[in-house]
Design a binder for this molecule. Structure first.
Ligand code: BT5
Length: 246
C-alpha cells in the first residue's frame, strides 16, 4: 500500500494526504480490510480511476477537486448505518461549501450536491466488513469541464466567482461531519430541509425494472425516496437514479 505524502489530525479524524491515488475509496477500503481504525480520512490531489456509483467514473483533473474518503466502523456509535452516514455526509459537505465558498447548496436524492440543477459533488458509500467507507468528490476549482459535463456540472469557484481553498473546505467538512454523525435524528430534518428533490416531479430510473414518473413526496427514516404516481399510489425507492423533471 502506498505511503501518504503527509498526515495530520483534526478532532476524531486522522488525515492521510496523497498526491495521487487511483481512488480514495479503493485505498480506504483496502486500509479498512487491513484493520484501519474508525476515523481514517484519505485525501488525494489527483485520482486516476475515481469511482461513481454503478461502475461509473468520477472526473477530477489534478488539483481541481476535494477527493476524500472516510473510514467509519459501525461499532463506533449510533447512527452508523449506511443511509444515515451518507445523509450526514451530504448535509456536512453542503454546510462546508456554504461556509467556505459562500454558495447555496441543495441535495438531490440520493447522494448529489447541486447548485441550481448542476452537480457540484457526489457521494459514494461502500462497505468492507464492519467498516463503511464514505467518499466525496467535490468540484472546487475548475477551469473548464469536459464536453460530457459542460451542461450538467459546476464547481465552487465558478459559483463563488473566486478560487476556493480546498484545505479549508476539507477542515469544514470534517468538523460538520463530526457534528452530523453525533446529531442523531436531527440529521434527517437537515437532510429533508436541503433536499431539492422533495415536491418535484421526478423520473426514477431503476437499476432493474421499469422507470417510474411521479412526485417525490417524502424520505423515509432509512433514506428511501417516496414517489407518488399519477394514480395516487406511493412507491418506496431504495436504489435508483432520479431526474428532476419539473
Ligand atoms: C457519484 O456517482 O456521484 C459519486 C461520486 C463519488 C466520487 C468520490 S471522489 C472520492 C471518492 N473516491 C472515489 O473513487 N469515489 C469517491 P454517480 O451518481 O454515479 O455519478 C457519476 C456521474 O456523474 C458520471 O457518470 C458523470 O455523468 C457525472 N460526473 C463525473 N464526474 C463529475 C464531476 N466531476 N462533476 C459532476 N459530474 C460528474
Amino acid at each position: 500500500m502506498s505511503a501518504p505524502a503527509r498526515t495530520s489530525a483534526r478532532g476524531p479524524w486522522r488525515v492521510e494526504w496523497f498526491a495521487r491515488l487511483d481512488s480514495t475509496n479503493r485505498h480506504a477500503l483496502d486500509a479498512a480490510r487491513a484493520g484501519a481504525a474508525d476515523g481514517l480520512v484519505v485525501v488525494a490531489d489527483e485520482q486516476t480511476a475515481g469511482r461513481g456509483r454503478l461502475g461509473r467514473t468520477w472526473e477530477s483533473p489534478p488539483g481541481s477537486s476535494l477527493l476524500v474518503s472516510v473510514v467509519l466502523r459501525r461499532a463506533g456509535g449510533a447512527g452508523r448505518d449506511a443511509a444515515r452516514v451518507v445523509m450526514a455526509a451530504g448535509v456536512a459537505l453542503a454546510q462546508a461549501v456554504e461556509q467556505v465558498a459562500g454558495v447555496d447548496v441543495g441535495l438531490k436524492w440520493p447522494n448529489d450536491l447541486q447548485v441550481g440543477e448542476r452537480k457540484l459533488a457526489g457521494l459514494l458509500a461502500e462497505a468492507e466488513g464492519d467498516a463503511l467507507v464514505v467518499g466525496a468528490g467535490c468540484n472546487v476549482n475548475w477551469e473548464a469541464f469536459p464536453e460530457a459535463l459542460t451542461a450538467t456540472a459546476t464547481a465552487c469557484n465558478l459559483e463563488a466567482g473566486h478560487v476556493v481553498d480546498r484545505d479549508a473546505l476539507l477542515d469544514a467538512f470534517l468538523d460538520r461531519f463530526s457534528d452530523a454523525l453525533a446529531a442523531g435524528d436531527a440529521v434527517l430534518d437537515d437532510y429533508r430541509a436541503r433536499l431539492a428533490t422533495l415536491g418535484r416531479v421526478v423520473r426514477v430510473e431503476h437499476v432493474r425494472g421499469d422507470d417510474l414518473v411521479g412526485t417525490a413526496v417524502g424520505i423515509t427514516d432509512d433514506g428511501a425516496l417516496v414517489v407518488r404516481d399519477d394514480g395516487g399510489t406511493d412507491h418506496t425507492v431504495v436504489a435508483a437514479d432520479v431526474h428532476h423533471l419539473r
